[in-house]
Design a protein around this ligand. Structure first.
Ligand code: GLC
Ligand code: GLC
Length: 799
């Protein structure tokens, strides 16, 4: 058995890390509204308010050496040296270490020579701050005198220029100091109306706000000069790098405990209340925040509020089965990851720097499928925000900035799958909520006031955008790319300095068509037609007829020109040559079109779906999941773009791109192939993955990508946390496998699991109804529709 680094504690909804030297920093997220933090198992990471790029509070060193440099560090200096409760940065060996990542909080415990230090970090609901509760206990037989230093480093707000513009940055830093709080106010003198602070519930015995005074210019975080000498510089930062460090000289009798409560907060002041005296920041809101967490009882109450928040959410869908890995995934970690992914989109993780991408049009529409049963109001708002970045012709910005909600001009549009995801998101939302009224909401184009039309009109032009852009085979033109950002068929880039996504898109005159979009169009088109025909919408029958006819024509086109004999083709290239065909030397079969065309059930009666699924199992499935394509591209093909830029087995070039595995799982379930669906699901689901060293990243969350069979280390995970995998595996497990499928007028129960899974119970909140379902799998299959009706319903069903 390989080295284990931790285990699940199901009843506490925690993952317990038992040694600090994990194969990669294993992180958690704090925050539920607009103040968010990343915290690793050694207290590394950073926080921001609203926008990880523009309102960054703590500085972080990406890809640092050693890994994970920067965070909220506490140094304890006693007679035997200096150590940290979270092991890093000093790495002094601890007698005991444990990190518990829970729902919106992290608790790190370290013990050395009879001094026990427990650090609890969380963001209280409704507050823009992190609370750090440091509890120290003398477990020895003698009095202990020691010093505690806090330490964190401020980011000068814009996380991008903070790393680049030193000719300016090193002169702008400003702070203020009070006996129990350190304030970071860089640029507050001019246009900013926000500052940050680090306060504590008792006066400190010394402090530093200038990094070099605290650390020493040639020392790292592991050897701060002031800590080594047991002093503080009481330094005031003027430019250079402002930090916050407070020193406490403490003494504890045997058995005695004390708690220090720190508040790392962010404050925005109205323009006319920025200053309390010339040049002096108005600290009243900071004082109010500190006062709210001044006592252990207040902290405990806020912590209980946070627990209730998550209890409430996770109580909406619960599973009790005979399989603990399945239960913990469904009840806790998958839903939690869906929430985090929804909050963060693809902005801030240990693989996303927080300064890169904004919110993706397609990503956000998919992410909401993972949270709509938990926070439907926020899904609603998200749909309206996304739709407002659409253009009048149905195309849309590929990304938008969360702070401004404006489309991102750097990347622009032209990804031809994007519009269809608005249909997906909206249908998903209405099936969960029954809120047909959203269709009448006025939504502008490109955020331009005065251009509003109803959301329904946005859906219609999304649909039309596809039928307006059909290629020579009657299949959808791909544009810059479809879901696979790296299949750039109109790019032909030979310049390493240009991005595949934004370089000139030669789609004028291109014949490049996508079978993935074709499948997506058929699947979403059928759902759209059903929505249009619903009595609450009752669209013009002529229009419904047009939609159905367009869907039928697409199915015909796929069967005629999108079938390779044993599986669905992936695309046609710029010149109209096949991609994903047995005729190709490399890249003969791709997962995306197998997933979408089988979910759309194209050619099911003729046996095409079963054949495509068989081919997927035979050719694409490997030990750790289903790879994206095979054989992997072994050289660069300019006519295919970024996909062939990756080494074999990684990312879009034959990696296990977990996001698309659930499409096959759902396709398998729709074909009634329970054993295959269940096996695919277990391969990518972290709770079933046993080799923690090989997987490397967090064992409690899905990865975007696991190295595929052609890679150097098949099974190694990357890009954990922020991925469409979260929402799609949630859909796959809750709907396709467990069989709880929200419909416009009720729940359809239609499980697809092998009979050996036995009997399971699902508690499902659906609108104003509570369903208590006991589902007994006997192998006979079938489905049962339960019309929506408020109240509690207890049902025992056999399938
Ligand atoms: C990333 C992107 C997503 C894309 C996928 C495949 O996950 O965020 O938009 O669909 O890669 O390229
Ligand atoms: C890169 C990544 C891809 C991602 C895209 C987003 O191409 O490989 O996964 O979707 O960037 O811009």
């Amino acid at each position: 058995m390989n080295k284990q680094f931790g285990h699940f504690d199901d009843s506490a909804r925690e993952y317990v890390i038992t040694r600090p030297d994990t194969p990669w920093p294993w992180i958690n997220y704090l925050g539920t509204e607009d103040f968010f933090s990343l915290v690793s198992n050694t207290a590394g990471g950073y926080c921001f308010c609203k926008d990880a790029k523009f309102r960054r509070i703590l500085r972080y060193r990406y890809n640092g050496v050693p890994a994970d440099a920067g965070g909220r560090y506490f140094y304890i200096k006693d007679a035997n040296g200096v150590w940290n409760p979270g092991w890093k940065p000093c790495k002094t060996p601890l007698d005991h270490y444990e990190c518990r990542h829970g729902m919106g909080y992290t608790s790190i415990t370290g013990e050395r020579n009879g001094l026990l230090a427990n650090l609890l970090l969380f963001v209280p609901p409704g507050r823009r701050c992190e609370v750090h509760r440091l509890r120290l206990t003398n477990r020895g037989w003698t009095q202990k005198s020691f010093q505690v230093y806090s330490f964190l480093e401020w980011c000068l707000w814009n996380a991008s220029t903070d790393m680049e513009n030193f000719q300016r940055n090193l002169s702008t830093g400003e702070v203020e100091v009070e006996p129990d709080a350190l304030y970071h106010k860089t640029e507050y003198r001019e246009r900013r109306n926000h500052y940050a602070f680090y306060g504590v519930n008792r006066p400190f015995d010394g402090f530093d706000t200038d990094r070099e005074t605290f650390l020493g210019l040639y020392n790292g975080f592991e050897a701060p000069q002031q800590v080594l000498s047991g002093t503080s510089g009481n330094s005031l930062a003027h430019g250079w790098s402002p930090v916050a460090s407070q020193r406490f000289d403490l003494s504890l009798a045997p058995g005695e405990s004390t708690e220090l409560i720190f508040v790392l907060g962010y404050v925005e002041n109205p323009q006319d209340k920025k200053f309390s005296a010339p040049g002096v920041i108005n600290k009243a809101p900071a004082r109010e925040m500190m006062a709210a967490f001044a006592t252990p009882a207040q902290v405990e109450a806020a912590f209980q509020d946070l627990k209730s928040f998550w209890d409430g959410l996770l109580g909406r869908f619960t599973l009790s089965s005979s399989i603990p890995e399945l239960d913990r995934t469904v009840n806790v970690w998958n839903q939690y990851q869906c929430m985090i992914t929804f909050f963060m989109s693809r902005s801030a993780s240990y693989f996303e720097s927080g300064i890169g991408r904004g919110m993706g049009f397609r990503d956000s529409n998919q992410d909401l499928a993972g949270i709509v049963h938990l926070i439907p109001e926020r899904a609603r708002q998200r749909i309206l925000d996304i739709a407002a970045t659409q253009f009048p012709d149905g195309g849309c910005y590929h990304q938008y900035q969360p702070l401004t909600k404006r489309g991102n001009n750097d990347i622009g549009g032209g990804f031809n799958d994007d519009p269809l995801w608005l249909l997906f998101g909206t249908v998903t939302y209405i099936r969960e909520t029954g809120d047909f009224a959203i269709l009448q909401e006025p939504v502008p184009f490109d955020n331009r006031p005065g251009t509003e039309v109803s959301l329904m009109e946005h859906l219609k032009i999304s649909f039309k955008h596809v039928t307006d852009h059909l290629g020579p085979h009657g299949l959808p033109l791909i544009g810059r790319a479809d879901w696979n950002d790296c299949l750039n068929l109109n790019c032909f880039s030979w310049n390493p300095d240009e991005s595949f996504q934004t370089t000139e898109n030669k789609s004028e005159g291109s014949k490049a068509e996508s079978l993935m979009i074709a499948g997506l169009f058929v699947a979403e088109g059928k759902d759209f037609a059903e929505l249009l025909a619903h009595p609450a919408v009752s669209a013009d029958p002529a229009y419904i007829g047009e939609v159905r006819a367009a869907v039928a024509a697409m199915e015909e086109a796929v069967k005629r020109d999108g079938w390779d004999g044993e599986w669905f083709l992936r695309a046609y290239d710029y010149d109209g040559r096949k991609i994903g065909s047995h005729e190709n030397e490399e890249g003969q079969i791709f997962i995306e079109s197998q997933g979408w065309c089988t979910m759309a059930r194209i050619g099911a009666e003729e046996g095409l779906c079963d054949k495509a699924l068989d081919a997927t199992v035979e050719r694409l499935e490997c030990t750790h999941g289903i790879v994206l394509n095979t054989p992997a591209y072994t050289r660069y093909f300019p006519e295919y773009g970024e996909i062939s830029s990756y080494p074999q087995g990684y990312k879009e070039n034959a990696g296990i791109f977990c996001h698309n595995n659930p499409w096959v799982i759902i396709g398998e379930a729709m074909a009634g192939r329970a054993a295959d669906a269940w096996r695919h699901y277990r391969k990518i689901t972290p709770a079933f993955v046993k080799d923690q060293q090989l997987r490397k990243v967090e064992p409690y969350v899905f990865c975007q990508m696991v190295a595929g069979k052609d890679a150097a280390r098949p099974g190694e995970g990357k890009n954990s946390w922020l991925t469409g995998t979260a929402a799609w595996t949630w859909k796959a497990v809750s709907e396709a496998l467990l069989g709880i499928k929200p419909q416009l007028d009720g729940l359809l129960v239609e499980p697809c699991l092998p009979a050996e899974v036995g009997t399971y119970k699902v508690h499902r909140r659906f609108r104003e109804a509570e369903y208590e379902l006991t589902i007994r799998l006997t192998g006979k299959g079938g489905s049962r529709f339960i019309p929506y009706q408020p109240g509690r319903q207890v049902l025992e069903l056999e399938f």
